[in-house]
Design a protein around this ligand. Sequence first.
Ligand SMILES: *Cc1c(COP(=O)(O)O)cnc(C)c1O
Length: 372
Amino acid sequence: MSGRFREILVDLDAIRENVVRLREVVGTPHVMAVVKADAYGHGAVESAKAALAGGADWLGVADISEGLQLRAAGIEAPILAWLHDPGEDFAEAVAERIDLGLSSLPQLEAAAAARLDEPVAVQLKLETGLSRNGIPEEQWEAAFARARELERSGHIVVRGLFSHLSNASPEDDRAAVAVFTRGLERADAAGLRPELRHIAASAAALTLPEARFDLVRLGIAVYGLSPSGDGLAQRLGLRPAMTLRGRIAAVRRVPAGKGVSYDYTYRTDRETTLVLVPLGYAEGIPRHASNRAPVAIGGSTFRIAGRVAMDQFVVDVGDLDVTVGDEVVLFGDPATGVPAADDWADAAETINYEIVTRLGGRLKHSYVGGAQ
Ligand SMILES: *Cc1c(COP(=O)(O)O)cnc(C)c1O
């Protein structure tokens, strides 16, 4: 077998096909693929291109720098960036035609001040319950009035109004949608005519039709994973795009009673074969998954034996016939018989989002599929 010892293998066809399928499911005029945080660990530029090939017509990022990275790679699609540093300079974003998601009057003034030849395209974020960074209801009137004034003077154009949901419960999300709808009415009364109204991320886009409006912002579902860890993605025919894999770096036959890895939290209960896998918490492998997370080797599934260390972990494979260099799949598409990112999320008592996004360290990406 050739290639690297450890890699994040990303199937770009899965990303493209997932977007095609998601567009059928949601039926909205616009679909934004959210590619923040290096596309949830999948590689921002490659994933963005695959999502656009599947029919996404917007890209969403948190940081402006993430949008600039996409522009530097030649991606021309509309981009929205919504989370800014205090006193952030919007000049580069404006020059690169990145829409600014704005959550306060000072941000609105800063955006207007960054105008070049054209009005700056902004999308106002409204607080509707999540208690994070939208404009709070008591400031809507002032913000909408000022935004309309800045539109009239040619400084900005309010392209969108948006918000974000808590997913606390369908009732909580419906209540937030009601607050958002009130915000849309107040904006309309102030003379704003936003082309894009949006509030749903993957969860609401897939389960709460009244939250879809003109556009849905799809992150986790684009990568073929469920927003709620309940198998929804699989039921919709989405395919996990990421496979995390390495190879066996050492094999050792040991007797019963042998302690394994730091603190000997695992001891062999019979003569057995231990294999060493060179991925550790420096790569984002959760130490909390020690003795719990599954891996696939030679078509069978085993559990990690003992503590995940910084650079490596051990697997007890019993009497399986293995050699150095054999493939170890930590997770991928469960339809192919390997563990899912959700299995790792369960083992680490977290969510699939964190499992895929936290990967890094010495891992490299490889890609299959896609246009290139
Ligand atoms: C991350 C994010 C999304 C995407 O969420 P998913 O649950 O991954 O679909 C959408 N909108 C905002 C504002 C976000 O921060």
